[in-house]
Design a protein around this ligand. Structure first.
Ligand SMILES: O=C[C@H](O)COP(=O)(O)O
Length: 241
């Protein structure tokens, strides 16, 4: 007789959407997190708060809703944008920490907001991120940390080797932070990355028509990605067939 098995760590699929119609499509196809983002406006292109509210209402509590705050060149602008997006009432606010900004100063400036809203810091794999920064985020009250890519010409795994990605996830978890990975991921990346135990894997281009992040979502690709993360561990370990 076999005893109860320990639950598998759950990795959920985050899909970036540009409006409420895409949010409904991603939800129906199995996404666990719906991420409000304007893919035409850069890596962390922010949507208008009114559109984010429509997305949140369309999801209506059936998935976690996240929203990005835009690409900013000053700490003041980044904090003001984070406050504006947090006011829409999304579950998680994703804030970019580009190399050009002083990360410690930005984390410090966001401490007050972190007490009122759940914040996720986005570090960029193509900007030589310092994982030693993760404890700073934890102390500032962040809920999570993600790796993404600022430029969309190469995928996450082209910029950082798999052992570094696994170490990133482990380090975030040790500090009590949710961990996410994204950056031009394709279906074949999901089983490999899910094995590192992140809380979420984020996709846009890989689930769009023509693998073009500025084109509409392809429901078949979203369903395939969601299905891969829902697959039993043995299948995940075997990779995509
Ligand atoms: O947060 C997830 C991103 O929107 C991923 O976008 P991407 O797959 O086009 O790099």
């Amino acid at each position: 007789m076999t005893g109860p098995t320990s639950p598998l760590p759950t990795t959920r699929l985050l899909v970036s959407v540009s409006d409420a119609a895409e949010a409904r499509l991603a939800l129906a196809a199995g996404a666990g997190l719906i991420d409000a983002k304007d893919p035409r406006a850069g890596a962390l292109g922010a949507l208008d708060p009114a559109v984010i509210t429509e997305i949140r209402d369309a999801v209506a509590g059936r998935a976690t809703v996240t929203a990005v705050t835009g690409d900013h060149t000053t700490i003041e602008a980044a904090v003001a944008a984070a406050e504006r997006i947090a006011a829409t009432g999304v579950d998680l606010v994703k804030i970019g920490f580009p190399a050009a900004l002083d990360g410690a100063a930005l984390a410090d400036a966001l401490e007050s907001l972190a007490r009122r809203h759940r914040l996720v810091a986005v570090l960029f794999a193509d900007e030589e991120p310092d994982f030693g920064f993760i404890p700073v985020l934890a102390l500032a009250g962040f809920a999570g940390v993600m790796l993404d890519t600022a430029g969309k010409s190469g995928g996450l795994r082209r910029h950082l080797p798999d052992p570094a990605l696994a170490a990133f996830v482990a380090r975030a978890h040790r500090r009590g932070l949710m961990a996410g990975l994204a950056g031009s991921l394709r279906a074949e990346d999901l089983p490999v990355l899910a094995a590192f135990g992140p809380d979420l894997l984020g996709m846009r281009g890989g689930v769009c028509e023509g693998y073009d992040r500025t084109r509409p979502l392809d429901p078949v690709r979203v369903a395939e990605a969601a299905g891969l993360l829902a697959a039993p561990a043995a299948l995940l370990a075997g990779g995509v067939r």
